[in-house]
Design a protein around this ligand. Structure first.
Ligand code: BG6
Ligand code: MG
Length: 223
C-alpha cells in the first residue's frame, strides 16, 4: 500500500533550473572566464552546489586553476546571486497541476517529504507557500552521497516512518529516478520518457500527474 510521497523540488514542484543557470552563467563568465551553455546546464540538474562548480570548471578546462578556498568563495557568490533571483518567487511559480496534486494527497492523508539537493529548498517552499504541505524535508547537508545514490530518497521515506516499498518518489532527472529505484521505492518520472526510461511510471509534464494513475501502476507492480 502507498503510504507516502517523496518529492524532488526543482523541475517537479517549481522550475528553479533557469535561475541556477542564470546565476552560474554570470559567475562562470565574470569570475572564471567560462561561457556555459544549456547543455552544461542539463548536467547541473540535481547536482550539489560544489559539484556543479566542478562540472563548470571541467567544462572550461580550468579544474586545477582554483584553490579550495577560492572555490568556496565562487560557490558562495553564485548562491548569493541565486538567492536574489529566487527571492520574488510566489505561488504563481508552482508548476501546472502540482498544487491540485498536493491538495489531493493531503486530503487522502498521505505523508509528504522533500528530497531536494538544494540547501535553499525551505526558502523556496516558503515563497511558493507550500511549507505546511511537507511533513519532513531531507537536509542535504546531512547526506554522504548525492543523486543517483539512493541515500536522499531512502531518507525521505525514513523521515515519514514508512518502508521504501510504501513510498512513491517523484523526479524529473534521470539520476533522481536511479536514486528512487535504488532506494526500493516506486518511481514516477516527470518529463521525456526516453530520458526517464527507468521510471516505473512516466508523465510528460506536471500537468499530467494523476494520483489515480499512480495508484493503478503501483498496484500493478505489487500484485
Ligand atoms: C538541485 C538543483 O535541486 O539543487 C541543482 O537541481 C543545484 O542545480 C542543487 O545545484 C543545489 O542547490 P543549492 O540551492 O543548495 O545551491
Ligand atoms: Mg529536479
Amino acid at each position: 500500500m502507498i503510504k507516502g510521497f517523496v518529492f524532488d523540488l526543482d523541475g517537479v514542484i517549481t522550475d528553479t533550473a533557469r535561475f541556477h543557470y542564470q546565476a552560474w552563467a554570470k559567475i562562470a563568465q565574470d569570475d572564471m572566464g567560462i561561457t556555459i551553455n544549456p547543455s552544461v546546464n542539463e548536467q547541473l540538474k540535481g547536482v550539489s552546489r560544489m559539484d556543479s562548480l566542478n562540472v563548470i570548471l571541467k567544462f572550461g578546462h580550468r579544474e586545477n586553476d582554483f584553490t579550495q578556498e577560492q572555490k568556496e568563495a565562487l560557490a558562495t557568490k553564485k548562491n548569493d546571486y541565486y538567492v536574489e533571483l529566487i527571492s520574488n518567487m510566489t505561488p504563481a511559480d508552482i508548476l501546472p497541476g502540482m498544487k491540485n496534486f498536493l491538495d489531493e494527497l493531503r486530503a487522502e492523508n498521505y505523508g509528504m517529504s522533500l528530497a531536494s539537493a538544494s540547501k535553499n529548498a525551505p526558502r523556496i517552499l516558503k515563497g511558493l507557500k507550500l511549507t505546511e504541505y511537507f511533513d519532513k524535508i531531507v537536509d542535504p547537508a546531512s547526506l554522504h552521497h548525492g543523486k543517483p545514490d539512493p541515500e536522499i530518497f531512502a531518507k525521505g521515506a525514513e523521515l515519514l516512518k514508512i518502508k521504501p516499498n510504501e513510498a512513491v518518489g517523484l523526479e524529473d532527472a534521470f539520476a533522481g529516478i536511479q536514486s528512487i529505484n535504488g532506494a526500493g521505492e516506486f518511481s514516477v518520472g516527470i518529463g521525456d520518457p526516453k530520458i526517464l526510461n527507468e521510471a516505473d511510471l512516466n508523465f510528460n509534464s506536471t500537468a499530467e500527474v494523476s494520483l489515480a494513475k499512480i495508484k493503478a501502476a503501483y498496484a500493478a507492480k505489487h500484485k
